[in-house]
Structures are given as C-alpha cells and as structure tokens.
Design a protein around this ligand. Structure first.
Ligand SMILES: [Zn+2]
Length: 93
C-alpha cells in the first residue's frame, strides 16, 4: 500500500512538472491538447491517492470487485477493473 502511495506521489510530481513545462506553449494546439490530457491524468492520479487514503484503492467503482494486481501495477490510478473499463471504454475515451 505504501509502495503504491509512493509511486502515485512520484507520478503526480512528474505530471505536474510536465504540465508546468507545457504552460509556456500558448497558441500551440498540439501542446494545448497534450496539456489537457496530462491534466486529466493528474486529476485521476489525485483521485487515486484520495481513494487510497480512504482504503478504496484497488476496488472497482463500477462493480465494487477487486481490480487485479497486474492492472494496478500497470495503471496505479485505475478506478475500474479491466472488465468494467472495457465495458465503459466509450466514455473513458
Ligand atoms: Zn468492475
């Protein structure tokens, strides 16, 4: 659990740096789109850390089942199990 928290903290810092470096790119549409996607991931990482503090990390928000360890390793901010993410992939995109 502490390891996940540490890796989420690291991810959050990395994304924040990325976002800061993109802030100067005014008018550059590619940079703006990239900035938006980084901001979205950052929000997901923060949500994951909040869920971790509440003891809900690794529990699927859709079916309340456990998210597999492999998935949490690959996507530490995942809020859904692989099945639900696939089912809802249309609105996750
Ligand atoms: Zn699920």
């Amino acid at each position: 659990m502490a390891r996940i928290d540490a890796s989420l903290t690291e991810l959050e810092l990395k994304r924040e740096e990325q976002l800061a470096s993109l802030r100067d790119a005014r008018g550059d549409l590619v940079a703006i789109a990239y900035q938006e996607s980084v901001a979205r991931i950052l929000a997901e990482i923060r949500e994951a850390r909040r869920r971790l503090r509440e003891g809900k990390h690794g529990v699927c928000v859709a079916c309340h089942g456990m998210v597999s360890e492999e998935r949490m390793e690959a996507l530490p901010w995942a809020t859904q199990c692989a099945d639900c993410a696939r089912r809802h992939s249309s609105w996750l995109r």
